[in-house]
Design a protein around this ligand. Structure first.
Ligand code: MTE
Length: 315
């Protein structure tokens, strides 16, 4: 990734700590409610959960979850990439509190029979919320294990009736120059894309929470993508629009450095980044490096999507 220091954030723009702490408390309470009444790894919709006993019920693992040790909540929420809020790992936790996450809508349109705008509250009720403990491998060579809360992106896409001509999905994220970086680090807004079959794959998650809480802003509140077999930058944060298309969409990192960040960006230890090896990774919280797994360990589920493709050419 490109490393540039942010210089556009005025100390006066940073949320006072008292407000930040109140907000965190609200989110924790909401998270407890969200998690209450979990059955067999599937949470009830957020609306159904609100009003239920506010005890944190233990969550059973989804069949898609890894049993590997989870990365600490602290690391997951303070070691982030969210360049709209600065390029240092601690910047998003410091600065993303300035982003208002309500009201919030997500427009889903393009090659769809029933294009629609979803309010965030509608999205939270759209499908049963599940906990999915996924490995996350950043292209920079580090990784985490994160307990996400969300539902398959396919549940949302089915609502809009994708047309037969739709082959790709573009994700457009929130950009507000008043509270985000004005540095041309990337061509804002941050955009990403998937092939439609990748987007419909059951592992592809629309996440609204982690560790049983609503998503912290720095992790992409109120709704983000999680595509666990691809490098982390494919998992666009704070999504405002999803567009079905017959053309491969341009993506923010590919536009910035097309020889370094391909459209597919599947985790692949055999295809190095032009500037570093991708054979190993450092799990945050661990000292020794570990081997990186093909498709980040999800080969059994996703390798068939790429049968017959040259994964070196389509990196
Ligand atoms: N989404 C937006 N809008 N802006 C970003 O800078 N960074 C990406 C991805 N999604 C990014 C983004 C990168 S490089 C990674 S590794 C993951 O978010 C990091 O997610 P996390 O901070 O929740 O671990």
């Amino acid at each position: 990734m490109l490393i540039q220091r942010p210089s556009d954030i005025l100390p006066s723009e940073i949320t006072p700590r008292s407000l930040f702490v109140d907000r965190r408390r609200f989110m924790r309470d909401a998270g407890l409610l969200l998690a209450a009444g979990a059955i067999g790894g599937v949470l009830p919709s957020a609306e159904a959960a609100v009003g239920a006993a506010s005890k944190l019920a233990p969550l059973a693992s989804s069949p898609f979850s890894t049993s590997e040790e989870k990365t600490s909540y602290k690391s997951v929420t303070t070691y982030n990439n969210f360049y709209e809020f600065g390029t240092d790992k601690g910047d998003p936790a410091e600065n993303a509190g300035r982003m208002a996450t309500r009201p919030w809508t997500v427009r889903v349109d393009g090659l769809a029979g029933k294009p629609r705008t979803f309010d965030i509250d509608e999205l939270l009720r759209l499908a049963p919320l599940e906990e999915r403990i996924y490995r996350m491998r950043c292209v920079e060579g580090w990784s985490m294990v994160i307990p996400w809360v969300g539902f398959p992106l396919a549940s949302l896409l089915k609502q809009v009736d994708p047309l037969g001509s739709a082959k790709y999905v573009e994700f457009v994220t929130h950009y507000d120059a008043k509270v985000m970086s004005r540095l041309p680090v990337l061509d804002w807004p941050y955009t990403e894309g998937l092939r439609l079959d990748e987007a419909l794959h059951p592992l592809t998650l629309l996440s609204v929470g982690l560790y049983g809480e609503l998503l912290p802003n720095q992790n992409g509140a109120p709704v983000r993508l999680v595509v666990p077999w691809k490098y982390g930058f494919k998992s666009a944060k704070s999504i405002v629009a999803i567009r079905l298309s017959d053309k491969q969409p341009a993506t923010a990192w590919n536009k910035a450095a097309k020889h370094e960040y391909g459209f597919y960006s599947n985790v692949n230890p055999q295809v190095d980044h032009p500037r570093w090896s991708q054979a190993t990774e450092r799990r945050i919280g661990e000292f020794r490096k570990r081997p990186t797994l093909m498709f980040n360990g999800y080969a059994e589920q996703v390798a068939s999507l790429y049968q017959g493709m040259d994964l070196r050419a389509n990196f």
